[in-house]
Design a protein around this ligand. Structure first.
Ligand code: GLN
Length: 544
C-alpha cells in the first residue's frame, strides 16, 4: 500500500516548495523507503514546453521526453529518480483527457461535471503512478498557493483521497513566516490564515514547514500549534540556506523523517544520508574559486527568474566544481552587448570557462557566435549546450571553413550554407504548426569516438543523453567541418546524427546537441561538466 504526502504552499510562492518536496522524498528514501515525486501544475498548458522560461523557469526534460516544470529537475537531483510524463500533471492534460473521453461516449450518457469528474481524473493519474512505480511513498506537490482559484481542483482531489484513504494520506503546508524589517520578529499570522484557508477546503495540515529567514522558536511553534490545529513539533523549522542540498539535512535535524513515518504508523529504518551530509559539509569548506560565464539572452527579467531559467546548468556547474574542490562563481553575460559593442568581448578573458547554453530564436545569436569565436581564438574552455553546439558549428563554418553567411535555418531559412537545418519530419511539424511536444525530445543513444575529450570524460563508448531541439547539424557539411579541425566526437548511431563536436588544438572546446545538465547529480556530477571545469580550473593555475 502506497502512502501519499501532499505538499501545498501558503502565504506566497517562491519559498522553495519544490526543494521541500524533493527533500521530503530524499529523507524518506534515506530511511530505506522507495519514493515517487509528482508535480501538479495549474496551467492549462499540456506541458511546460510552451511556457517562457524567463517567467516560469527552465523546461526540464525527462527520459521519455516529457517537457516539465523545473521542479522535476529538483526532484531528480535530490532523489536520483527518473521523471516521466506520469510524474507531471497539468490542468490542461486533465481537461484534455476528460474531454477526449466525453467525445468517446465513455461517460455513458451522464453529464460531465467539473466536480467530481476533474478531481477523479487527477486521482486516476496519481493512481497510475502508484501502479507503475509501486513506491512506498508518493510525494505530490500542488503548484501555487492555497486560496488561489487555479489549483483548487487539485486540492479537491487531495481532499477526496484523504476521505477514502484516511490513514494513508497526509498534508504538508509549506508556509512563509515573514520577519518585517522594522518589527524585527517572526510573524505567524499569515501562516494562520493559510492554514484556515486550507481548512475551508476541507484539508487539515499535518505538518507546517516554516520557511523563514531564521529557524522558528518554541514560542511561535506553540502559537502555530494552537491556531493551526497541529502538534507543536509538527511545525518544522525551515530557515533560509545558502545551499539547497542542506534542506534535507535540516529536516532530519527536526526529525521530520521519523515524524512522518510515525504519523503513518511505520517504523523508522536506519537513516543513510552520510554521503550526502559529507558532501554538504565539504561544500561549506571550499575556498578555491572558479569563475564561469554563461552567455545567454534571457537577461532582462531580473536576477531571480534568470537563475531559474538555467537552473540545471547552474546546478551542474556546482556539482562538478564541488567535486573538484572549487566554489563556482557564475556570471551572466548578455550576448546582445557583444553585438552592440564588440570591444566588450574582451571581458570573456576574465573567466576560466564559458558556457553557451540552450536557446531559441534570433535574438542575441550573433553575439553568442562572437563569444564562441573569442573562446576558440583565445583558448578559453568552452562548453556549448544544444544551441551552443549549433552556433559553434555556424561559427566554425563561417570563420574557419570560409562559408560566408553560414547559419542555422532557424534564424536564416534562406542561408546559402544551412549548416544547421531540420530533418524532414520536423519540416512537416513546422509547416503544419504542430509545435507543442514535437521537438526531438528525451533520451537518445550517443556513440563516442575514441581518442576524443568526450570519450575520455565519459570513460565509455556508448551513452544516453536527453534532448530538446528541432534543428540538427547538416550532415552535408560534416566533411568540410572535419577537414577544418572540427571533431565529430559523438553520433546518434541509428540515424547518424551529430551529437558532440570538439575542436582540435584547444584546451577544451566541446559542444553537445543534447542537454547533459539534466543528468547531473550532486553526488554524481556529469562527466562533461567535470571535464569542462577541470579545464577551467587549470586556467586559474596558469594565472597564479
Ligand atoms: N533552437 C535550437 C533548436 O530548436 C536549439 C534548442 C535548444 O538549445 N534547446 O534546435
Amino acid at each position: 500500500m502506497s502512502k501519499y504526502i501532499f505538499v501545498c504552499g501558503g502565504v506566497m510562492s517562491s519559498v522553495g516548495k519544490g526543494v521541500a518536496t524533493a527533500s521530503i522524498g530524499k529523507i524518506l528514501q534515506a530511511r530505506g523507503y522507495s519514493v515517487s515525486l509528482v508535480k501538479c501544475d495549474m496551467y492549462v498548458n499540456i506541458d511546460a514546453g510552451t511556457i517562457r522560461p524567463t517567467e516560469h523557469g527552465e523546461v526540464f526534460v525527462g527520459e521519455d521526453g516529457i517537457e516539465a516544470d523545473q521542479d522535476l529537475g529538483t526532484y531528480e537531483r535530490f532523489t536520483d529518480q527518473v521523471s516521466t510524463a506520469a510524474h507531471y500533471l497539468t490542468t490542461g492534460q486533465v481537461y484534455a483527457e476528460v474531454i477526449r473521453r466525453e467525445r468517446n461516449l465513455e461517460y455513458d450518457g451522464e453529464d460531465v461535471e467539473v466536480v467530481p469528474d476533474i478531481p477523479n481524473e487527477i486521482i486516476r493519474r496519481i493512481g497510475n503512478v502508484t501502479q507503475k512505480d509501486k513506491s512506498d511513498f508518493l510525494v505530490i506537490e500542488i503548484g501555487g498557493t492555497v486560496g488561489e482559484y487555479q489549483n483548487v481542483l487539485f486540492l479537491e482531489a487531495a481532499r477526496m483521497m484523504k476521505l477514502k484513504l484516511k490513514n494513508d494520506v497526509l498534508f504538508v503546508l509549506v508556509s512563509y513566516l515573514p520577519i518585517p524589517g522594522k518589527v524585527g520578529e517572526m510573524k505567524t499570522k499569515p501562516t494562520q490564515y493559510a492554514s484556515r484557508t486550507l481548512n475551508s477546503i476541507g484539508i487539515q495540515a499535518d505538518f507546517i514547514l516554516c520557511r523563514s529567514e531564521h529557524p522558528i522558536d518554541d514560542k511561535r511553534r506553540e502559537k502555530l500549534a494552537l491556531f493551526c490545529n497541529i502538534e507543536p513539533d509538527a511545525a518544522i523549522s525551515a530557515p533560509d540556506v545558502d545551499n539547497v542540498y542542506d534542506v534535507p539535512v535540516n529536516f532530519i535535524k527536526d526529525n521530520l523523517d521519523t515524524k512522518i513515518l510515525d504519523k503513518f504508523g511505520l517504523s523508522p529504518r536506519e537513516s543513510d544520508l552520510q554521503e550526502w551530509i559529507a558532501c554538504t559539509d565539504k561544500i561549506r569548506r571550499l575556498k578555491k574559486q572558479v569563475k564561469i560565464g554563461i552567455v545567454g539572452k534571457y537577461f532582462n527579467t531580473g536576477e531571480f527568474t534568470l537563475a531559474d531559467s538555467y537552473i540545471s546548468v547552474i546546478e551542474s556547474i556546482k556539482h562538478a566544481s564541488w567535486s573538484l574542490g572549487f566554489m563556482p562563481e557564475i556570471s551572466w553575460l548578455n550576448s546582445e552587448t557583444y553585438e552592440k559593442n564588440p570591444r566588450s568581448l574582451a571581458e570573456l578573458s576574465h573567466y576560466q570557462g564559458i558556457i553557451v547554453p540552450g536557446g531559441f530564436g534570433a535574438r542575441g545569436v550573433e553575439g553568442k557566435i562572437k563569444a564562441i569565436e573569442y573562446c576558440r581564438k583565445n583558448k578559453i574552455p568552452f562548453l556549448g549546450l544544444c544551441y551552443g553546439l549549433q552556433l559553434a558549428v555556424v561559427e566554425c563554418a563561417r570563420n574557419v571553413c570560409g562559408l560566408k553567411g553560414a547559419h542555422t535555418t532557424e534564424v536564416d531559412p534562406r542561408t546559402a550554407y544551412p549548416v544547421i537545418h531540420t530533418l524532414p519530419e520536423q519540416e512537416i511539424n513546422i509547416k503544419e504548426k504542430r509545435l507543442g511536444g514535437s521537438m526531438r525530445l528525451g533520451a537518445y543513444d550517443c556513440e563516442l569516438k575514441s581518442g576524443t575529450k568526450s570519450f575520455s570524460a565519459y570513460g565509455t563508448s556508448l551513452v544516453s543523453e536527453r534532448h530538446r531541439h528541432r534543428y540538427e547539424v547538416n550532415n552535408e557539411y560534416r566533411e568540410i567541418l572535419e577537414k577544418n579541425g572540427m571533431v565529430i566526437a559523438g553520433i546518434h548511431p541509428e540515424r547518424n546524427l551529430v551529437e558532440i563536436i570538439e575542436l582540435k588544438n584547444h584546451p577544451f572546446f566541446v559542444g553537445t546537441q543534447f542537454h547533459p545538465e539534466f543528468k547531473s547529480r550532486p553526488l554524481r556530477p556529469h562527466p562533461l561538466f567535470r571535464a569542462f571545469l577541470r579545464a577551467a580550473g587549470r586556467v586559474t593555475r596558469r594565472e597564479h
